[in-house]
Design a protein around this ligand. Structure first.
Ligand code: GLC
Length: 438
């Protein structure tokens, strides 16, 4: 079984390789995406390290003059995706690079990806690590200087696409308060997959409205921080920044980059001293989101709520409390293990929808983050469970983008949804099967 999974996963990556970078999925996502490429590079690391390096080099071609790393780099032309480069029109910003890119970012995974790749190939990897380290440092510098208006070491996201969890119900209340114009949308995603499994048109109008605002402000960070109606401190985004700081500190030490290491450590301390205090909700027994506009926590629990385990953020007691409340018969596993780990949104909430994108389905990258998070705290049973669930879903359905988490499905229903032959599902399956425990 494992051998077949490995071979099929390798074929998915091979088919999505464009000679320089890897698309997430044919048709649906025909360009290079930021955090996808980080996870994809981990998969390539097991097959062909030169491709892993090429993947990261290609992404960095999209870096802006101020260090910002966009969520899409449009290396190629394609009519199959909306919004394309002409909608983003990032040339309005004085920081835009030569490459065509989007104007928002995505969760910063590259710092820890570098470390995980180093663990696969050791000393031989250091030349490459030295080559990309300065660009990654500058990306983090961008976050701490341009995205942290309250000086807490907690950076904001200004668009739901920056979260990576596009249509999570966490934002529903924010959309309700927005009076976005009713743009005529030229959506392409719903030509590739069933509209019932994607965000609604109204949601897309809000997404485009935010882009139009940022354009009108020439993508100026100070203006965005002051006026964007969407300004959130996201537990997944900030935990991955912290975990990537950790990766860069380790790599920087190996590379002898003392000044950058000292600076990263100062940022890290700032982040760690505020994270738990501001983003933990004792009522939910989970990390939640903080809405900087409303100046309050948003009391919804999603799979992002557990990513701080991956970064070693909660103390041992809090980590136990989280495991008991949400797994081990808790909310996300269900009293009798009713759900595969890990639903992307609280299955006990009325907003839970097991088939609609980030409103319930299981996503493989979140499972991979949770797996390593559980291991970090010594929760070996939970780690084993999330790994088994992941492999079982992939084996039964194929390398889909997301999966219905209910173990007992109504007769005749399939559980694999969204794009098929999805790159990070394949790449992280390879990593789960082939990485030796450290
Ligand atoms: C979807 C996902 C996002 C991912 C992108 C490309 O928008 O929500 O996280 O990066 O697709 O795969």
């Amino acid at each position: 079984m494992q051998q077949t999974l490995i071979e099929t996963a390798a074929r998915v990556l091979q088919d999505n390789w464009q000679g320089g970078f890897t698309i997430p999925c044919e048709g649906l996502y025909p360009f290079q995406w930021n955090w996808d490429s980080g996870f994809i590079a981990l998969g390539w690391g097991h097959l062909n390290m030169e491709r892993a390096k090429a993947e990261l080099r290609s992404l960095l071609k999209g870096q802006w003059k101020n260090g910002f790393l966009p969520h899409i780099v449009f290396h190629n032309e394609s009519e199959s995706y909306f919004p394309g480069p002409e909608v983003w029109d990032v040339g309005r910003s004085p920081n835009a690079p030569e490459a065509k890119t989007s104007g928002i970012t995505q969760p910063p995974v590259l710092g820890f990806v570098l470390e995980f790749l180093y663990e696969l190939s050791g000393e031989a990897f250091l030349d490459f690590a030295g080559e990309v380290f300065p660009a990654l440092f500058r990306w983090h510098e961008y976050f701490y200087t341009c995205r942290d208006p309250e000086g807490e070491g907690l950076v904001y996201i200004c668009h739901n696409w920056e979260a990576g969890t596009d249509n999570t119900p966490v934002w529903d209340g924010i959309w309700e308060g927005l009076d976005s114009p009713e743009y005529l949308l030229n959506r392409r995603d719903t030509q590739h997959v069933d509209a019932a499994n994607r965000p609604s048109n109204r949601e897309y109008q809000h997404y485009i409205h935010l882009v139009e605002l940022f354009k009108s402000w020439e993508y100026d960070d100070a203006k965005i921080a002051e006026s964007s109606p969407f300004l959130i401190q996201d537990p997944l985004f900030n935990a991955l920044l912290i975990r990537s700081n950790e990766g860069l500190i380790r790599m920087g030490n190996l590379l002898g980059r003392q000044d950058e290491v000292d600076q990263l450590q100062r940022w890290q301390e700032r982040s760690l001293s505020h994270f738990h205090r501001k983003l933990y909700s004792p009522a939910q027994k989970a990390y939640v989101y903080y809405d900087l506009r409303a100046q309050q926590q948003l009391q919804a629990v999603s799979s992002s709520s557990f990513v701080p385990l991956f970064a070693g953020i909660p103390g041992a007691d809090t980590a136990r409390e989280i495991a008991r409340a949400h797994f081990e018969g808790g909310r996300f596993s269900g009293a009798s293990g009713d759900f595969y780990l890990c639903a992307s949104f609280d299955p006990t909430s009325p907003a839970f929808d097991p088939k609609r994108y980030w409103r319930g389905p299981v996503w493989i990258n979140l499972n991979w983050l949770l797996y390593h998070g559980f291991l970090r705290y010594g929760f070996t049973d939970l780690a084993a469970q999330v790994r088994t669930d992941t492999l079982e879903l992939l084996e039964a359905c194929g390398f889909y983008e997301y999966f219905d988490p209910r173990r007992a499905l109504p007769a005749g229903e399939f559980r694999g949804y969204g794009g098929n032959n999805f790159s990070w599902s394949a790449a992280l399956c390879l990593d789960l099967l082939k990485r030796k425990p450290s």
